[in-house]
Design a protein around this ligand. Structure first.
Ligand code: 6R9
Length: 640
């Protein structure tokens, strides 16, 4: 196990080690009292008297159920009393010479009201599903908050997903409304968002009846009469009160990949999610009122929901919204933005850290980082080498690093160290946040105590937990609560050391974590087999220096077909079309067969080992229908 690293700078702190110990113990012993107290971080219309009412068998989860509130009020309106002139958002455009836009809380309120009125004018009402397909601009955050204001349920689809993927998500939650922009822009590259929406809606049977379009780049786009509306035409400043919501009313749906089938619409509700994101933001980032916070995640992912839109704004924080990418105009862009806006807390993903590390320290050290006081990592395991570089070069050895483990389904941070309370261990997420009860189990469900490695479960509910999968509670139960009865199974492998620190080893299911983005192998396989020349496909992960994991595809072709570079290119294109550029295969391996058991089950274990270039431990191959295939697969392995 790695060494401890003491936080070298003792920050003004929201939590000392003693407080953590006492509060953690209390959060487990008296969860209702503890969380009802934490719930006071929010303004309630009717304060809750009930804490958690939950069961994992059968699965039913409620928190603060008799409370009512509105999260847009909490993120925006309530700050008008004493933070009206405080900066809420600092927008840094893709083009470093472009116009920075700063919005105070009063201005953010004005924007949210205008957007909410535009949505109302399109017919959006409480409970309606609204799909967002947006660039990383102020209006993305504003649109989420406007939905929350009206009690509509937002479903944000990452702008890098294809029209096919977008259509699937619109159809699954029967969304009648879409909010988009003419175009997005990342590293000068235009992203045809509106054209993609047109392709999704025109080429599929969808319930969409209104599309709200934000003019962002000014590109010339087609508008369909009666369906498409320019935001500027519908926006208005009329009074638009916040809709009172029950704590358990849905706040949003966010689609995420699983090991089987189509993406799952993870559903979060209002009260518990609000309390969880507000509370974790306060403690984990040790948030102080003068901080400038920057989370580099896109709002299309859960990290952008919890630590761009909700966590910071519920705390009345000032934060940077960044449209661009880490390597444009050069590899120093992140540090230039940090210097420019005097960012004090920076939260990003290991894949970005590794990519920047490779480019050399000069891109970092040429920018002033004296404003930084805390660094965070999220999305995938961070290798100790990258962790140390992050801490020593960008963080000048003086900024604590929090390695935060959590999932779309957990709503917010679950395992982490707290900046001034805990020593850090490179590569280890750390300790459970308040109320979190991790448990390691073996494959048979046997509980592992003390120093151990096993499958990570959570045995008690917490306010930020997802409540269901939209429209498919049975799948929710099956996916998360059936492997180990009575426990939430995270699908992550995990080690616990002698200090009680947790280190996540990665997914133990068929989910690949590419640059911190979850990709189901089954989804990629379905995309590949749509090609008329493909017979069968099996997709596995392999270790990738920058992305963490890469996508390795074994493909068998129909009789008489031969693999070629051209066909490989076509298949890559096919996957980009079906899912989006995020799922582009790294390697395509044409083979005359896939290793199968005599009962016809693909032996993925073997395929994984070959992709990983690890032949010493292929295990028992005697049950294979065609044992000689393994040698041919090894020979044909695609490298680079
Ligand atoms: C927040 C987010 C969840 C999966 C999760 C795990 C991996 C996230 C991590 C981490 C090691 C960390 N993961 N944070 N692994 N250390 N600090 O990323 O949500 O997109 O749902 O992904 O990401 O494997 O199960 P999501």
């Amino acid at each position: 196990m790695q060494e401890f690293v003491q936080p070298s700078q003792s920050t003004t702190t929201n939590c000392t080690r003693e407080q953590y110990d006492a509060d953690y113990a209390r959060s487990i012993a008296e969860p209702d009292a503890f969380w009802l107290e934490q719930a006071q971080r929010l303004d309630w219309i009717t304060p809750p008297t009930k804490g958690g009412e939950w069961s994992y068998d059968p699965v039913e989860i409620r928190w603060f159920a008799d409370g009512t509130l509105n999260l847009c009020h909490n993120a925006v309106d309530r700050h008008l009393a004493n933070k009206a002139d405080k900066t809420a958002l600092i927008f840094e455009p893709d083009d470093p010479d472009g116009k920075v836009r700063k919005l105070t809380y009063a201005e953010l309120h004005g924007e949210v009201v205008r957007m909410a009125n535009a949505l109302k004018a399109m017919g959006v009402t409480k409970g309606a599903r609204v799909t967002l397909y947006m660039p990383m601009v102020v209006e993305g955050v504003v649109a989420m908050l406007a939905c929350a204001r009206l009690g509509a349920i937002h479903s944000v689809v990452f702008g890098g997903f294809s029209p096919e993927a977008l259509a699937g998500r619109i159809i699954d939650c029967e969304s009648e409304f879409v909010i988009t922009a003419d175009e997005g822009r990342r590293g000068t590259k235009p992203i045809p968002l509106k054209a993609n929406v047109d392709a999704a809606v025109d080429e599929h049977e969808t319930p969409v009846k209104g599309v709200l379009v934000i003019a962002h780049t000014g590109a010339d786009i087609a508008m369909k009469d009666g369906r498409d509306h320019w935001y500027a035409d519908l926006a208005s400043d009329e009074d638009c009160p916040c809709e009172p919501m029950a704590a358990e009313d849905p706040l949003f749906i966010l689609y995420t990949s699983g090991s089987t089938g189509k993406p799952k619409g993870v559903l979060h509700t209002t009260g518990g999610y609000g309390v969880w994101t507000a509370c974790t933001f306060h403690y984990v980032f040790d948030y102080q009122p003068a901080d400038v916070f920057w989370c580099s995640a896109d709002i299309g992912w859960i990290t952008g929901h919890s630590y761009v839109t909700y966590g910071p704004l519920l705390n009345g924080a000032t934060q940077v919204i960044f449209e661009g990418v880490p390597n444009y105009p050069d590899h120093g862009r992140f540090w230039q933005v940090i210097a420019k806006h005097k960012v004090s807390i920076f939260y990003t993903a290991p894949t970005a850290i590794r990519a920047m590390m490779r480019e050399g320290d000069g891109f970092v050290t040429s920018h002033d980082r004296s404003s930084l006081r805390l660094l965070g990592s999220v999305g995938e395991p961070i290798n100790p080498e990258a962790w140390r570089w992050y801490r020593d070069v960008p963080g000048e050895g003086r900024c604590p690093v929090v390695d935060t483990w959590w999932q779309t389904e957990t709503g917010g941070i679950m395992l982490t160290t707290l900046p001034a309370a805990h020593a850090m261990k490179p590569g280890c997420a750390g300790l459970p946040f308040f109320g979190v009860q991790p448990q390691l189990v073996d494959n048979e469900g046997g509980v592992l105590d003390g120093v151990a490695e096993g499958n990570l479960c959570l045995i008690a509910s917490w306010p930020g937990q997802a409540r269901t999968l939209y429209g498919d509670h049975e799948r929710f139960v099956q996916t998360y609560f059936s492997t180990y009865k009575g426990k939430y199974f995270t699908s992550d492998g995990c080690q616990r050391d002698e200090n009680g620190y947790y280190r996540i080893t990665g997914r133990v299911d068929d989910v690949i974590n590419v640059s911190g983005h979850r990709m189901g192998t089954a989804e990629v396989e379905s995309a590949l087999v749509l090609h008329p020349r493909v017979a069968e496909a099996a997709v596995v992960a392999f270790p990738h220096d920058i992305k963490g994991q890469g996508i390795y595809c074994y493909v068998t072709l129909n009789a008489g077909e031969d693999g070629s570079d051209d066909l490989a290119a076509e298949l890559r294109q096919q996957v980009r079309k079906e899912i989006g550029p995020v799922a582009t295969p790294d390697r395509i391996h044409f083979t005359d067969g896939l290793p199968k058991t005599r009962s016809g089950k693909i032996m993925r274990r073997i395929l994984r080992k070959i992709a990983e270039n690890d032949y010493g431990s292929l295990g028992d191959t005697s049950t294979l229908a065609d044992p000689s295939l393994v040698d041919r697969l090894i020979e044909g392995r695609v490298d680079g």
